[in-house]
Structure formats: C-alpha cells, structure tokens
Design a protein. Structure first.
Length: 355
C-alpha cells in the first residue's frame, strides 16, 4: 500500500504541477486515449492542478463506448436466440441499442450472464448443452485472454469479436478536425503490445506520445514529459509507465492474440469505418465465430440528440451535449459514454457534482 501511496502523494503532485507550469509557455491540447486515464484525471482533480494553457481532452479510449450501434443491435439479436446463453462483461449490458438493450432483454427472460473473465464463460459452456456466446468487447488488453479461452473451450463456446485495435483510431483522429499536440497513450494496452505500433504518430505527424500509468503522479509526470517534448521541438514515443510497459510489450500475449485473431476493417462509434482497426476470428477457428450466425437485426438508429460520437473524438466536452445530466444520466443513460465505467460522460457526471 505504501507503494501506491507514493504515486498519490499530494506534495509530489504539487511539485510536478509547478514544473509543468514553469515549462509550458504556450497553449497545448493533450489527449488521453484511455478511459481509465479519463476517470483518474477527474477522480483526482488533475485538470485543476494544470495551468490554464494546457487542455486535457478525452479520446476514444473506452471500448464499450466505441462499439458501434450495429454491433450492439447484433448482440441484442443473439440474446433472443433459443438455447443460447450470452456472456459478457458488465458495462455492455446497459448500452442502449436501437430499440432495446441486453439489460432489457434479460429482464424479459433472455439468458444473459455477466462474467468477470472469458474463462468464466468457458466454465459455463463446459457445464451446459446450450450454446454459449461470449461478447468480445475490448482493446488489445483483453483480446489475448479471449484467444486463450477460445483455444481451451468446448465446441459449444463461441465468441462474437467486437475487439478494436487502438493505433488505427489515432490515425483516424489525426486525419480529422481535431488539433492534438500530444497523446497520453494507454498503459494497459501498451503492456501487451509495446510501443512500436505508435511510432507513426511521432514520425509521420510530428506529435509526441507518452505511455502513462494511472495514478496522479503517473499522469502529471507524463504531462510534464509531453510538455518538455513539445517545448524542445521533439516528437518521440516515451514510456513513463516503466514498471509495467516495455518497448517490445508482452510477446507471448501478442502471439496468443495473433494465433486466433487477424486485423480487419471495423466500425467505431463516432469515427466510422477504420481500416484494419478490428480483430476478426481466423479461418482456423471459424466454426467458433458467433459472427457467422445469421440473425435478424433491425435497421440501426442512433439515439436522437446524443453527441457521444463527438465526445469520443475530443471535439466537445460532455457538458456541451444538451442531453447531459438532464435527459441523459447514470440512472437513465442515452449513450454509451454515460453507461461505461470508463466513459467520458460518466466521469464528468460522477466527479462533476451531478450525483
């Protein structure tokens, strides 16, 4: 616990914040890519420690939030199949589809179960004759565990892969309307993949990146590293989160992921179709791909007035959405950014005095 407390030390945080203020001589917009960073930034009041010329903006770092409405509708359709059990992590349960949600389907009698790991779903499949579908929602962080689960599961265990790959989304952002001066890269993802996949950000776009941990000292130290890069005219991919992340990542986890999955085009909420930004199940495991099951999916409708797509691109803050905190609340969410525990709207709502 003392180890954790060192990364939450208020005196050290204030000292780093002072260094940031002394080093930052111009306006800078820094995007945190990871939803866990977003929550930590709001929980610990990081924005209040930074000088006014540094703007922290949230990006598409919540896997539940960027799951397309079409994918949500398909998941709901699977829950209506006979002799089928849907297994999923908890956040996706409450995300509204076009006409329903998994939570509502469960209330109507659908067999939907929340699990805490893919292996929980495998265990369930081993003890039932029903078809068990695991909803694979996540970034490279969770994909290796899903791959291992698929390889060690019975034939009645299937995966619907809605996994996403982070680097192509950053390229899509940089080709868009947003002005970004630096990225706080996701520590959990980089623990798996390493940093090589982000080299294009600095080399092609001349934008610095820092892989950050998730405690207040981590985040402030990472911001300081970015400020120094920008001030020096450098653009590199640096690692602040060295106690977890290596440049080469975790080769064993990457091999497990690549054995079962291959890159495919994918649709991101807010960003649209992005080339080679998803993970599809390889042909060798095609019989275990729930995406091959034919289901009737209604025409997808986006929630009227919801601006989650713009929030995920960092174009607006949640408070700029007219639905935020009055129509769209944690109790009655309209869009996924309010549902997920890593969602930007949820962070603003929880730590912004709306509860």
């Amino acid at each position: 616990m003392n180890y954790i407390n060192e990364f939450r030390d208020s005196t050290l945080c204030s000292a780093i914040a002072k260094d940031i203020e002394m080093s930052c001589k111009k306006d800078m917009r820094i995007m945190e890519v990871c939803g866990t960073h977003t929550m930590a930034i709001h929980r610990y009041g990081i924005k209040g420690l930074l000088p006014k010329n540094i703007g922290l903006i949230s990006g598409p770092g919540c896997p539940v939030c960027v799951t397309s409405a079409q994918d949500i509708d398909r998941m709901i359709a699977y829950s209506r199949l006979k002799n089928t059990v849907i297994t999923t992590f908890g956040d996706i349960l409450r995300v509204p589809g076009s006409f329903s949600s998994l939570e509502k389907e469960k209330a109507k009698g659908a067999n939907v179960k929340v699990v805490y790991s893919p292996m929980d779903a495998v265990k369930l499949a081993k003890n039932t004759d029903k078809r068990v579908i695991f909803l694979g929602v996540g970034f490279e962080t969770t994909a290796p565990a899903v791959a291992q689960a698929l390889k060690s599961s019975p034939d009645n265990f299937l995966v619907y892969s809605a996994h996403k790959i982070v680097p192509p989304a950053l390229r899509a952002l940089l080709e868009g309307k947003n002005k970004i001066d630096g990225f706080l890269l996701p520590g959990h993802v980089c623990t798996i993949t390493g940093t090589e996949g982000y080299a294009f950000v600095s080399k092609e776009y001349n934008i610095p990146c820092v892989v950050s941990g998730f405690e207040p000292v981590d985040i402030l130290a990472s911001v300081l590293m970015l400020v120094r890069q920008i001030s020096d005219g450098r653009a590199e991919v640096e690692i602040e989160y060295k106690r977890s992340v290596r440049k080469e990542g975790n080769p064993r986890a990457v091999r497990a992921m690549q054995e079962v999955f291959e890159a495919c085009d994918s649709v991101w909420r807010g960003l649209g179709p992005i080339e080679k930004s998803g993970l599809d199940i390889r042909d060798e495991f095609r019989s275990r791909d729930a995406g091959e099951i034919e289901v009737e999916v209604p025409e997808t409708r986006e929630p009227e007035g919801c601006r989650c797509g713009e929030v995920l691109q960092g174009l607006i803050e949640p408070t700029e959405c007219s639905l935020f905190s009055n129509v769209c609340t944690r109790e009655n969410p309209v869009g996924p950014c309010m549902v997920s525990s890593e969602g930007t709207c949820a962070a603003y709502y929880r730590y912004g005095g709306y509860l």
